[in-house]
Design a protein around this ligand. Structure first.
Ligand code: KG4
Ligand code: ZN
Length: 359
């Protein structure tokens, strides 16, 4: 929307294992500028457990969030009282962490007398490409992270249609589990990708679950099981075995993601024949070069504009939350201090529609 007053938004993100805060400005023409974006990852806290421990995550958010917010305000060169609204992730995610961020956001909004905006974490991922690339609606989003794997048609702020998701593990989770069973480090995605470079992707033919079906859903748990059985069958594993398994696994998921994306884009072209088709990729798995290259090839082949925000904005961060808040604020949205934290919050719920209940 154009013609809005400029706004300065504080964004707070605590739904998983990143404690993050950012200051984003939105000008009257609708363009966003990131003034600061501070992320503290909790990798060290969780490393020994091979995954995120919710209770530890919540404690670390409590310990660090105030500092991270202060740093974000400081790096932006503003005063806390300069902000126009506080946007905080209200779900979906690990509920202890979400409560820490949302409660802090409420306290700040109340103390400063500013608007509170409760942000859906998935919406924040979905709208990031508008901050980074000014992309216009509608577009298709492929979100592939540690917690989510889904196609979402983004028609407008608060106006989403979920076209498919995972029926078991998220893609990042599959990378993490495969890394764990190959005794690689956590998070597993980068580790699998690194060692796969030295491997032979054709040595093992892993299954491509669901791929023959027309639905736009993913399934990765059968693939993970196939990887485990293969690893057990040839144990003890040499470094080369690990590299070959990693490469073969990565080839399987790359083919799955590329094929599904092609199908989703065909549906987009069929439903919106007059629109120039656009695909936005979000989530940490967007960093994977094999998957990114396959998506680029599909987009090029189909004449689709592909937008992949810088990886620091694909993974969890405060700027995306601030920006989602800015987009909602521009439409007059706001939330009361009674808004609840939610462990589950699908994007296509009616309550995603922009409401002006606190306006
Ligand atoms: O978006 P993100 O930072 O956090 C959330 O899950 O919200 O995504 C993290 C996930 C992890 O599962 C991690 O293993 C995966 O993204 N990931 C990758 C790569 N880098 C991160 N997966 C495959 N290849 C990578 N290079
Ligand atoms: Zn995320």
């Amino acid at each position: 929307m154009t013609g809005q007053a400029p706004a300065i938004i504080l964004g707070i993100e605590t739904s998983c294992d990143e404690t993050a805060a950012a200051i984003v400005m939105r000008d009257e023409s609708g363009r966003g500028t990131i003034r600061s974006n501070v992320v503290r990852s909790q990798l060290d806290e969780h490393a020994a457990f091979g995954g995120v421990v919710p209770e530890l995550a919540a404690r670390a958010h409590v310990e660090w969030l105030d500092h991270i917010i202060a740093q974000a305000v400081d790096e932006a060169g503003i005063d806390l009282s300069d902000i126009d609204a506080v946007a905080a992730t209200a779900g979906p995610g690990l509920i202890g962490g979400v409560l820490v961020g949302l409660t802090t956001g409420k306290a700040l909004a109340a103390a400063l007398g500013k608007r509170l905006i409760a942000v859906n974490h998935l919406e924040a991922h979905a709208l990031t490409a508008r901050l980074t690339d000014g992309i216009k609606f509608p577009y298709l989003m492929l979100l592939v992270s540690g917690g989510h794997s889904q196609f979402v048609l983004v028609r407008g702020v608060g106006d989403y249609q979920r076209w498919g998701g995972t029926i078991d593990d998220a893609l990042g989770e599959a990378f993490d589990k495969v890394a764990k069973l190959l005794s690689l480090g956590h998070p597993g995605g980068p580790e699998v990708e690194r060692i796969a470079r030295d491997g032979d992707a054709r040595r093992f033919k892993f299954p491509r679950p669901l791929l023959r079906e027309a639905r736009l859903d993913f399934s990765f748990s059968g693939l993970k099981t196939a990887v485990r059985l293969q690893a057990e069958a040839i144990a003890p594993l040499t470094r080369q075995d690990v590299a070959d398994i990693a490469a073969s696994f990565q080839a399987a998921v790359t083919e799955i993601v590329a094929t599904r994306s092609r199908q989703a884009l065909q549906r987009l072209q069929a439903e919106w024949p007059d629109m120039a088709p656009q695909l936005v990729v979000a989530g940490g798995v967007a960093a994977n070069r094999s998957i990114a290259a396959a998506l680029a090839a599909v987009a090029e082949d189909m004449g689709v504009r592909l937008v992949v925000p810088p990886i620091a904005l694909c993974t969890d961060n405060g700027a995306m939350v601030a920006w989602a808040g800015a987009e909602r604020l521009a439409l007059g949205a706001g939330n009361g201090l009674d808004v609840a934290a939610r462990p589950r919050w699908p994007l296509d719920m009616p309550d995603m529609k922009v409401s002006e209940d606190a306006a």
